[in-house]
Design a protein around this ligand. Structure first.
Ligand SMILES: *[C@@H]1O[C@H](CO)[C@@H](O)[C@H](O)[C@H]1NC(C)=O
Ligand SMILES: *[C@@H]1O[C@H](CO)[C@@H](O)[C@H](O)[C@H]1NC(C)=O
Ligand SMILES: *[C@@H]1O[C@H](CO)[C@@H](O)[C@H](O)[C@H]1NC(C)=O
Ligand SMILES: *[C@@H]1O[C@H](CO)[C@@H](O)[C@H](O)[C@H]1NC(C)=O
Ligand SMILES: *[C@@H]1O[C@H](CO)[C@@H](O)[C@H](O)[C@H]1NC(C)=O
Ligand SMILES: *[C@@H]1O[C@H](CO)[C@@H](O)[C@H](O)[C@H]1NC(C)=O
Ligand SMILES: *[C@@H]1O[C@H](CO)[C@@H](O)[C@H](O)[C@H]1NC(C)=O
Ligand SMILES: *[C@@H]1O[C@H](CO)[C@@H](O)[C@H](O)[C@H]1NC(C)=O
Length: 341
């Protein structure tokens, strides 16, 4: 770089020199990495995780002398440089979820997805992850119970433990989480009742996905005290009434209760006008379809395989649905089915 210093005032000379010095320093440094710099404790934990998984080829790029914020499956918080996201979702990973995940104290998102050879329990060290907001362990072979310590992780907004081999009952304490937007425990082998505490969420009311388990008993009456938006309970062994969920003052939009042992008189039910999807197929429901079914908002309906009878009300989309939405039943009639006799 050539800069003429002739005829310059001392202050101008000084700033020109500063500029040169700045440019020199700037150009001689390696370009600043766009990724955050890895915290050594986080790197240590990640290397433990890699080791517990028997150094799989999928994690070959996790090398000690490189920035762990650049490793596949890792995202660091740019403000703190701490590992905020760990995502294990591909590769031939086997063994158990490494207990060392508990040594990533600033983890906010833990995703363990689609790893059919992953077995064992949810490690108790997850209880240490106080910043956790998203927890998704889905489509793996992990077994054991849903740990009740999840209720201590107060910032959890999303729990998805669907399609694993989990057993035991649903921890009642999950209702102590006030930020939850969704709980998906579908596709496991969960037994016992839906906790009555699921009518006692004090903050947000989460969307509830509990389909394809072995849940029994009745829907707790208390659930009728809350404004749920989505309730999926299909393919369980639930029985009794579902009427607590319905009623004019509700804001329900999605309800799937198919393939259970519900047995109640439909004629007495008042559907909320907000309902968009209602599947009650494969139960033992009696009575007739009340006028509230003719809501223009109801876009998906299936009441097949029950013991319903009487005229299908006219209005809404009821005449638009396929006959298979209504058949078989005991003696439903009227459009789209043949006219009543
Ligand atoms: C799971 O393990 C079996 C046996 O070791 C192996 O054949 C299979 O490819 C693995 N599956 C996946 C998805 O990695
Ligand atoms: C997956 O890993 C298991 C155990 O390490 C091994 O036996 C199997 O051959 C691997 N499968 C594939 C498709 O790489
Ligand atoms: C899940 O993993 C299998 C094999 O490991 C793969 O073929 C499939 O595409 C994956 N599914 C998703 C949704 O990633
Ligand atoms: C929980 O979330 C709130 C709001 O986002 C945040 O201020 C707080 O630090 C979080 N607590 C933990 C332990 O992460
Ligand atoms: C839970 O995860 C599965 C698989 O990753 C996904 O298909 C499902 O939509 C998720 N559930 C919710 C409520 O997001
Ligand atoms: C609906 O009304 C019933 C009876 O008046 C009441 O007990 C219940 O709390 C209300 N539910 C909601 C979600 O407002
Ligand atoms: C549920 O929503 C309805 C309609 O918006 C409202 O009138 C009722 O107070 C709400 N109930 C509760 C418990 O929030
Ligand atoms: C209703 O559910 C039954 C049984 O699951 C199914 O066979 C039928 O195709 C469904 N009909 C509609 C319109 O969804």
């Amino acid at each position: 770089m050539f800069i003429s210093t002739h005829n310059m005032k001392p202050s101008a000379l000084f700033s020109t020199l500063s500029l040169c010095l700045f440019l020199f320093l700037f150009l001689s440094l390696p370009p600043p990495s766009l990724a955050a710099r890895c915290n050594p404790n986080d790197k240590e934990a990640l290397l433990q995780i890699k080791k517990s998984l028997n150094n799989p080829t999928h994690l070959a790029a996790w090398k000690p002398n490189t920035n762990c914020c650049n490793w596949n499956g890792i995202i660091c918080n740019p403000a703190t440089n701490r590992v905020a996201t760990l995502q294990l979702d591909s590769g031939n990973l086997s063994g158990q979820i490494p207990p060392a995940v508990g040594n990533l104290p600033f983890l906010e998102n833990l995703f363990v997805l689609n790893l059919s050879n992953l077995t064992g329990h949810i490690p108790s060290t997850v209880a240490k992850l106080s910043h956790l907001t998203f927890l998704a362990i889905s489509h793996t072979s992990i077994s054991g119970r849903i740990p009740s310590f999840l209720s201590q992780l107060k910032n959890l907004t999303y729990i998805n433990l669907s399609y694993n081999q989990l057993t035991g009952s649903i921890p009642a304490s999950l209702s102590q989480l006030t930020q939850l937007t969704a709980i998906d425990l579908g596709g496991n082998k969960l037994t016992g009742k839906i906790p009555s505490s699921f009518g006692e969420f004090t903050g947000a009311v989460p969307d509830l996905y509990l389909s394809q388990n072995k849940l029994s008993g009745t829907i707790p009456k208390s659930m009728g005290y809350l404004n749920y938006s989505a309730i999926y309970l299909a393919n369980n062994m639930l029985e009794g009434e579902v009427t607590p969920l319905f009623g004019k003052n509700k804001t329900l939009r999605f309800v799937h209760l198919g393939s259970n042992k519900f047995r109640f008189d439909m004629s007495k039910v008042e559907l909320p006008v907000t309902l968009f999807l209602l599947d009650l197929s494969h139960n033992g429901i009696t009575g007739s379809l009340p006028a509230s079914f003719a809501s223009p908002n109801l876009m998906n309906l299936n009441v097949s395989y029950n013991r319903l009878c009487g005229q299908i009300p006219a209005g809404g989309n009821l005449q638009v649905f396929e006959p298979s939405a209504y058949l078989p039943n005991r003696c439903l009639c009227g459009a789209p089915l043949p006219a009543c006799k």
